[in-house]
Design a protein around this ligand. Structure first.
Ligand code: NAD
Ligand code: DAU
Length: 347
């Protein structure tokens, strides 16, 4: 099988690439990534010389390039993760999200359709999406695959739009697709603009921990390797023209999560208990901030037997250890452009 993985140099994509390269020696894995600020080939040092792995630098928005790529390589499957993924950046620059998340996805759909013709046998287009397309929950209930789309941020609106295009290509042209909508991931290689890695980095550096609003927003956290495991299962065993929700069964209010992180980090860094909590600083809220996300992952559990394998305690500990043991990675990604972004967002 020849598989195109887009966005493979990013956070989740790098874990998916690693899993596929390590698990399927007989597949050819092509990682297509534009290497934006979020893409980092250091994430894949351990697999970069494997015979079943090829990196291709390129932009999914470039229609001619994408069409040529599909004609050259004859992919059997696509696992599409490339995206602009940070809600705060989408509030500052929505068009960048329309370009990559909507136009980029439609370019890939067209290229797959053109390359595959009417013969879809053995072909699959797998689109990776998010629980944010369902909007916000109140204090009760869970997102199921039947929850109506109700996106609130430019990011989630662009992801919802791309999901609709994927479905439309299935209905209109018969393209064999599958979509998964996942909750918040965390783990090694997470770019330090998102809550958990940003706060780990700030605790290390004894910088303020900027909690938005009252901190009572809730997210459902999943260890990234468990997401990669789910992606592997759905790619191989999921049914065509279906959506599967993926979640951690693991809801945390931001402020409770931040306090847990502070306690764990105090222990790891040999600081007095309570020291890092002193860094917590309540700041202006994110506009349109969704109150609560929580996933009902019954379908993927019942149909494909998936459930998270890593407890939150274990996952957080592994994540913190990874960041403490990979200071060079952290230094590289937090230099240069990152400093400008940080000043603009938080000063
Ligand atoms: P990320 O921002 O860490 O990585 C995105 C990758 O896409 C980067 O390597 C970047 O260089 C690449 N990319 C961006 N624009 C591109 C373009 N125009 N052409 C080619 N490559 C481009 O994102 P992530 O957190 O790893 O998320 C991956 C996917 O999973 C996204 O589709 C996201 O919506 C989805 N998702 C993320 C989460 C989460 O918690 N992070 C949860 C659910 C779903
Ligand atoms: O739910 C899945 C989504 O999770 C993915 O689709 C997105 O790609 C991913 O970025 C993530 O979105 P969130 O907005 O939930 O993640 P983020 O880490 O940005 O924020 C998590 C919570 O923490 C949210 O309630 C906002 C809050 N927060 C975040 C930052 C960066 C803060 O309080 N302070 C901060 O500095």
């Amino acid at each position: 099988m020849k598989i195109l993985i887009t966005g493979g140099a990013g956070f989740i994509g790098s874990h998916v690439v690693r899993r596929f390269v390590n698990s399927y020696a007989n597949y050819a894995i092509y990682n297509l990534d534009a290497l934006t600020y979020a893409g980092n080939l250091e994430n894949l040092r351990d697999v970069e010389n494997r015979p079943n792995y090829t990196f291709i630098k390129g932009d999914i928005v470039d229609e001619a390039f994408i069409n040529k790529l599909f004609k050259t390589y004859h992919f059997d499957g696509v696992i599409h993760l490339a995206a602009e993924s940070h809600v705060d950046r989408s509030i500052a620059d929505p068009l960048a999200f329309v370009r990559t998340n909507v136009i980029g996805t439609v370019n890939l759909l067209n290229a797959a359709r053109n390359a595959w013709g009417a013969d879809f046998l053995g072909k699959r287009f797998y689109h990776i999406s998010t629980d944010e397309v369902y909007g916000s929950l109140g204090s009760e209930g869970l997102f199921t695959e039947e929850t109506p789309y109700d996106p609130n941020s430019p990011y989630s609106a662009s992801k919802a739009s791309s999901d609709h295009f994927v479905r439309a290509y299935g209905e209109t042209y018969g393209l064999p697709y599958v979509i998964t909508n996942c909750s918040n991931n965390y783990g090694p290689n997470h770019f330090p603009e998102k809550l958990i890695p940003l706060f780990i980095n700030n605790i290390i550096e004894k910088k303020p921990l900027p909690v938005y609003g009252d901190g009572k927003y809730t997210r459902d956290w999943l260890f990234v390797e468990d997401h990669a495991m789910a992606i592997d299962l759905v790619f191989h065993k999921g049914k065509n023209h279906q959506t599967y929700n993926i979640g951690g069964f693991n809801e945390w209010q931001n402020i409770e999560l931040v306090k847990l992180l502070c306690n764990l980090m105090d222990k790891k860094l040999g600081r007095l208990k309570g020291k890092s909590e002193e860094l917590i600083t309540y700041v202006k809220d994110r506009p349109g901030h969704d109150l609560r996300y929580a996933i009902d992952a019954t379908k993927i559990n019942k149909e494909l037997g998936w459930k998270p394998s890593v407890t939150f305690e274990e996952g957080l500990e592994r994540t913190i250890d990874w960041f403490l043991n990979n200071k060079e990675w952290l230094n590289h990604v937090t230099s240069g452009e990152y400093q400008k972004y940080y000043k603009k967002m938080y000063n």
